[in-house]
Design a protein around this ligand. Structure first.
Ligand SMILES: Nc1ncnc2c1ncn2[C@@H]1O[C@H](COP(=O)(O)OS(=O)(=O)O)[C@@H](OP(=O)(O)O)[C@H]1O
Length: 411
């Protein structure tokens, strides 16, 4: 009672305008400090918020520019590192990120990223830089957890496209770069691995993608010993196209390598295919899957068609979200087909309010390969593909593509 009466005396004496100004300045100060404290803290209070399943989820608004400023303002960034990638400057930006990782060790989180050559290499392949920003952030909401789902393969299958689409989902938090924990960094221990992960709120899924796990002998056992109930996602693509894509990537880095046709054969006249060449070996999916099936039931694995991920990203995303037990939030509304890129792109990626396609290292033009070699490779893979269809209970129909591929490479 006394409180109310004293409050009313106070309000009657102080003009309303001053009170309003006072409240406003307090709010502005609060927002400013939230903003300065950390990018991730900033995301929640400032964004256009809405509630989904009782949790606060957000829509990005103007944070690309804001982040740009924060990023360059913090820790004496050079001009080189203060820019953010757009579709056009993507590769340059990736390179800058790599350079930044090399030169900057976050004083707040020294162990968050171990700057191994492996991680640096993978940075060149990633399409977003959001994860790097989080490295500097200590006041992340939630808790860092080991992943409950991993995209384990396959290399050049479309794993980046899938991860970026999943990151749009408010209940998915994924590390942007490839940790390579179960193949190259295992000795660093689970704490190191956990520390790479973004913080998650209750109910959010922690994820990562490292496509080389699928062909790593130790990976199934190691992942099983971390989490028996983990969900595994494998993006598969016609092994012949995948091999050409893999070769195209290597060629872009080492233009002096022999032709695809030369590398594909041990003895071309005898028609002896070199299955030990990693570009071809990775595509023997049935062989690799067998190792995973020793540790995990098929119900814990989900196979995404790399081909359908391009022609019907929303359809594939619906199945992935079902598999992960997520509400179908990422739908056709989130994609548009970019004619210049020739691929579906995201209208609103996780870290931006503007549409974005994957970088230049995704969707490269493949060199023309001798149609006869393509035919022989199809023949080589056919029995393995059949076995793979049988094992997974899914027909990926790669045999139907044989003709069209041979035709297109003749053009
Ligand atoms: N939306 C979208 N945009 C661009 N590219 C797309 C997309 N969806 C799938 N793909 C295909 O993804 C292929 C690269 O696969 P990955 O991301 O798994 O490559 S990597 O293993 O991480 O290097 C890449 O292979 P290439 O075309 O050979 O470059 C693409 O065909």
């Amino acid at each position: 009672m006394a409180f109310w009466s004293s409050t009313s005396v106070f309000t009657s004496k102080v003009p309303r305008k001053i009170l309003f100004m006072f409240t406003l300045s307090l709010s502005v100060t609060y927002l400013f400090y939230s903003l300065m404290s950390c990018y991730n803290s900033l995301r929640f209070p400032l964004q256009e918020n809405y509630v989904y399943q009782g949790r606060l989820v957000t829509e990005e608004t103007t944070f690309v520019t804001l982040r740009e400023k924060l990023y360059s303002a913090s820790q004496g960034f050079t001009e080189r590192t203060s820019l953010f990638p757009t579709v056009n400057s993507h590769d340059e930006a990736e390179q800058r990120t790599v350079e930044w990782i090399r030169t900057q060790v976050s004083p707040t989180k020294p162990a968050a990223l171990d700057h191994t050559p492996a991680l640096e290499r993978e940075h060149q392949e990633i399409s977003t830089t959001d994860s790097e920003l989080r490295v500097n952030c200590t006041s992340d909401y939630g808790e860092k957890k080991l992943p409950q789902a991993i995209i384990i393969g396959v290399k050049k299958g479309g794993t980046r496209a899938l991860l970026e689409a999943l990151r749009v989902h408010p209940d998915v938090r994924a590390v942007g770069n490839e940790p390579h924990f179960f193949d190259r960094n295992y000795e660093k221990g689970l704490d190191w691995y956990r520390d790479l992960m973004p913080s998650t709120l209750e109910g959010q899924i922690t994820m990562e993608k490292t496509p080389s796990y699928f062909v790593t002998n130790h990976a199934p056992k190691r992942i099983h010993s971390m989490a028996k109930d983990i969900k595994l996602i494998i993006v598969v693509r016609n092994p012949v196209t995948r091999a050409i894509s893999d070769y195209t990537q290597t060629l872009s880095k080492k233009p002096e390598i022999p032709t695809f046709e030369v590398l594909a054969f041990k003895n071309r006249t005898l028609g002896l295919i070199d299955a030990s060449w990693s570009a071809l070996r990775i595509g023997i999916y049935a062989l690799h899957l067998e190792s995973w099936m020793q540790y995990f039931p098929l119900s814990q694995m989900h196979f995404v068609s790399g081909e359908r991920l391009i022609v019907d990203p929303a359809g594939e995303m619906a199945k992935v979200q079902d598999f992960l037990g997520l509400k179908r939030i990422v739908t056709d509304k989130h994609f548009y087909f970019n004619k210049t890129k020739g691929f579906p792109c995201l209208k609103k990626p996780e870290d931006s309010s503007t549409p974005r396609c994957l970088g230049k290292s995704k969707g490269r033009t493949h060199p023309k390969i001798d149609p006869d070699v393509i035919r022989r490779l199809h023949k080589f893979y056919k029995p393995f593909n059949m076995m793979f269809y049988q094992m997974t209970g899914q027909n990926f129909e790669w045999e139907l593509e044989e003709d069209s591929e041979s035709r297109s490479s003749q053009d």
